[in-house]
Design a protein around this ligand. Structure first.
Ligand code: PMP
Length: 343
């Protein structure tokens, strides 16, 4: 995990639970009642932090990007200049919008203003480029089921020494029993020494799967893996554009490389299209963001995706669109994707 997160001195945590537990774990350990927190939200998962952190007594301010747009860092700088914040959170890729936030700038701002940064990397770790230590990020969290490529059920965090040091000086007890770093630190240390030790039963089957997957990720090489995701992201977005569909992110520069969020073309709805795509062989997700839920769908292409998976998916989308009466030149999407994949 330290290599994959690029955090050689970070402290990894592996807990049985989903990505929401990873968020909860960060919140429970970092927030004390009355702390001021700035949440940068680009969708549903950013908003989730507002609700979550306030339960631990944080006073939360939110900078919320309009749907499809990324964070305006000038607004963040202005807020940081006027507020006495302890912590700032961002969602690297918000899965509800397909928008990517500049995680490097986020980390740099945290350091500049001497506050702690939490990056929700559920839809980015091991897919989008992250250099946790170099970028000054204090907590980078994810879950097992996305670009890590393991079945759902593990919450994964890497925590900086800086934040652990501050955590050690808390005035109040961590209000979440299961997620308390104090319970898990000795367990993680024992795991590294291969010494048995117990606090809560680990999800051993998933930990074995994680071991295999982390090995595969490192064997591919991080830079190669980031580049593959960039290429796949570009190929998928080009394919969607070639079929005449718009996308939720308002600019290519802040569109995620781990998933694509196309808008339905005029006259085509989700209940018409998605089952037809499924019949043609690809299972895609519907919309999630409440403001635009019925207007778009989502294509995941992170982790162990191969070129054939992407081409088959674009082919299935073409078949679905054709069956719905959308007019386009057959093969244009596949051809646009191929031209990027061939480099
Ligand atoms: N953050 C992001 C960016 C996510 O995409 C998700 C899940 N889709 C979560 C947090 C929550 O993770 P989980 O569903 O595993 O609890």
């Amino acid at each position: 995990m330290r290599e994959i997160w690029a955090a050689p001195s970070g402290q990894p945590f592996v807990l049985a639970g989903s990505g929401t537990l990873a968020m909860d774990c960060a919140g429970a350990n970092l927030v004390e009642p009355g702390d001021r927190v700035l949440v940068l939200s680009t969708g549903v998962f950013g908003d989730r932090f507002e609700d979550l952190l306030s339960r631990y007594g944080a006073e939360v301010d939110v900078i919320r990007a309009p749907v499809g747009e990324t964070i305006d860092f000038e607004a963040v700088e202005a807020a940081l200049a006027s507020g006495d914040y302890k912590l700032m959170t961002a969602t690297h890729v918000d899965t509800s919008t397909g928008v990517r936030v500049d995680a490097k700038r986020f980390g740099a701002l945290g350091r500049e203003h001497d506050l702690f940064t939490v990056l929700d990397g559920v839809c980015s770790v091991a897919g989008e480029e992250i250099k946790q230590e170099e970028w000054g990020l204090d907590v980078v969290l994810t879950a097992s089921q996305k670009a890590i490529g393991v079945p759902p059920g593990l919450a994964l965090l890497v925590v900086s020494q800086r934040v652990l040091c501050a955590w050690g000086k808390r005035q109040t007890r961590v209000a979440n029993y299961y997620a308390d770093w104090g319970k898990w630190l000795p367990i993680m240390a024992s795991y590294e020494k291969r010494v048995p030790s117990y606090f809560g039963t680990p999800a051993v089957n998933l930990v074995c799967a994680l071991d295999v997957s982390l090995g595969q990720i490192l064997a591919e090489g991080m830079e190669e893996r980031f580049e593959r995701h960039r290429r796949f992201g570009r190929a998928c977005r080009r394919a969607i554009a070639a079929l005449g569909l718009g996308q939720v992110p308002t600019a290519d520069e802040h569109a995620a490389n781990t998933l694509t969020a196309p808008r339905y073309p005029k006259g085509v709805s989700g209940p018409d299209l998605l089952p037809r795509i499924r019949e043609a062989g690809a299972i895609l997700a519907g919309g999630l963001h409440p403001e635009i839920r019925s207007k778009y769908f989502r294509i995941g292409h992170m982790g162990a995706t191969r070129p054939g998976d992407l081409l088959a998916t674009v082919g299935a989308i073409e078949a679905g669109l054709h069956a719905c009466g959308h007019s386009f030149e057959p093969g244009r999407g596949v051809s646009a994707a191929q031209s990027i994949l061939f480099g």
